[in-house]
Ligand binder design. Sequence first.
Ligand SMILES: *Cc1c(COP(=O)(O)O)cnc(C)c1O
Length: 560
Amino acid sequence: MMNEMEKIQEWLTSSPMLSILEEKLQEARHSANHALANFEPILVVVASISLWITLNFARHIACSTYNFFADRGLKTGSIQLAVGALKMIPGVSNYIRKEQNKVIDKLQSNMKAERECWRTELPSIGLGPQVIEQLKAEKSRDKKWQGKCSGAVYIGGSETEGHFAMLNEAYSLFAHTNPLHPDVFPSVSRFEAEVVAMTSALFGSKHAAAGGQVCGNMTSGGTESILMAVKSTRDYMKTTRGVTTPEMILAVSAHSAYDKAAQYFGIKLRRAPVKEDLRVDVHAVKKLINRNTILIVGSAPGFPHGVIDPIEELGALASKNGVCFHVDLCLGGFVLPFAKKLGYPIPPFDFTVPGVTSMSVDVHKYGLGPKGTSVVLYRNHEIRKHQFVAVTDWSGGLYISPSMMGSRSGALIAAAWASMMSLGEEGYLESVRKVMNTSQKIQKGIMSIPGLYVLGKPDMTIVAFGSNNMDIYKVNDVMASRGWSLNALHRPASVHICVTLQHVDVVDDFLKDLEESVKIVEENPGKFEDGMAPIYGAAGKMPDRGTVGDILVAYMDSTC
Ligand SMILES: *Cc1c(COP(=O)(O)O)cnc(C)c1O
């Protein structure tokens, strides 16, 4: 092994490619230093990112060259070696680190200014009930999200009235309960069981085709539901099929929570491309299946473009290959069953589809429950059993809990129950009718704005749009300056709005602002370089994702 590595290092360091690379790097370094001296601070960030593109492109070439040889039998540890070799060029590694630190410092210094007055110790004398005044003061500094945010707040109306107020009351009634103690709080146990039962009934649990065994639990959100489904599937497939190096297959558009699950639970993640209609390419999924595959994931719909993957085809593929199949209904769960009833052409997505083994359904999105509520469902108890962790030898006694958390909030469960019970089927039909109508209006409106196009054919209430003749991120920046908080997407560059009840009465304002923003960017294509647009643009295009990841980590590290 050592010998082989030495040989490759020798080859890399003696290659004439390296002197060319070094030259290029020097050039990049000089031109960047020159540029940096003249630029505004925010542009330094952009310049640094562009410089990374150059550096990382060089790194990318080194990696590809290495891969070329690796694929032809020169196997070793990993492409790290090639990257490592490039970094051995005198000064390169230091230089890369320095450039990274510059951007990170910049991000942190913006933060630091904000945080100078933040408290770092307990007040020596407590504020008592007066603290509520401080809470109100802080809250008043938050952004005015009413009607202006993509997704985020799904309930309609004002925060102090109607459904909001009812949830707050339900929450405060149960604020101090904990379902970890069912003997003390049987009320909460009942609410949880009923939320799960009512939710599963929306997904065909009572239909004979579902098998009569559908079960599940409440979790803290879509991510935890996904984590639980993946963990249960991993252990179920290990027990029943002996898979010890598990892999899962999902579309490039499937939610980032699966990356989290893969990293947490040691599973290899294989991303399949989407077709022109932005739905996963089933043929590509089929080709990725091997004896380590434990799970296929389909989204109904996916977060970026709001289109539903071919659930029936994926289910058939999973059945045929004896692997599990998770349908991600985090976003669509409390819309699709009702949209179907309202007559929208919604393809099959539930437990009546053969092959579906688990689902994640968020109550805190279109279920109109409080933030922190979701449901994970399984076709049967055999799979679900692997979700639980039982501890028998702890000196704290016998212990079992269903999901990631130990102690949980009974208040969230009670408020989720209250949401479902207070709305009932009629209530959800009404709210889905409103968001579907609003989404259709927004789609039509966007399609009539010259320069914009809608990505794919949205099945539901997420409308993604892009442009062929201008920087869509700049349009997003102008929208942001008007108070709109939309989601920037990449690959391809686009922006989306996830339509909620907050948007029902502001469709016209939205479309008017969007049309004007497009005009402004069209007339001033060189402007708006100081917003987020250059950052999104560069981050989407960098060939080396490791560097982009490093920035994200450093950013997070500086915020909490
Ligand atoms: C929101 C969402 C998730 C993750 O849910 P969180 O509640 O944010 O943890 C997963 N999948 C899809 C499709 C989603 O829209």
